[in-house]
Write a protein that binds this ligand. Structure first.
Ligand code: FES
Length: 135
């Protein structure tokens, strides 16, 4: 009986652990830093050559291979769907109608024709601050 309970508890914990990982991935350590401003933490949280989607800020932060940061709106310029980075292809894609952008925000695939708006990203007191568009 105890063994069966232990097996059930182990089986039930798997979805919890996976769910916690998903939540962690989508709520990555950003906190409000005032109206339209988000505290992202230190630069070291971002890997070179990778883009991170920040749902709370509706932004995509790209750290280039050279270590430089670019912040882009995660709202598609075609009809406003949410964009996601595809790090393996170094693209930002829209699942609504297939638009794609490169990591500078330039359009690489229609139907979008307008590049992604750039957002300000600055370093203050050893951590990055993202300034988003007011919505
Ligand atoms: S809303 Fe993104 S391609 Fe149409």
């Amino acid at each position: 009986m105890r063994r069966r309970l232990a097996m059930i508890a182990a089986a039930l914990s798997v979805p919890f652990v996976v769910g916690a990982g998903v939540v962690w991935a989508y709520l990555p350590w950003i906190t409000p830093a005032g109206p339209g401003r988000w505290r992202l933490g230190p630069k070291s949280r971002f890997l070179n050559g990778r883009a991170v989607f920040l749902r709370r800020a509706m932004a995509i932060v790209v750290r280039g291979d050279d270590g430089e940061f670019t912040a882009l709106s995660a709202i598609c310029t075609h009809q406003g769907c949410t964009l996601k980075p595809r790090n393996a292809r170094k693209k930002i894609t829209c699942s609504c109608h297939g638009a794609a952008f490169d990591f500078t925000g330039a359009v690489t695939n229609p139907p979008a024709t307008i590049p992604l708006p750039r957002l300000a990203i600055v370093e203050e007191g050893g951590e990055l601050i993202l300034e988003t568009l007011e919505r």
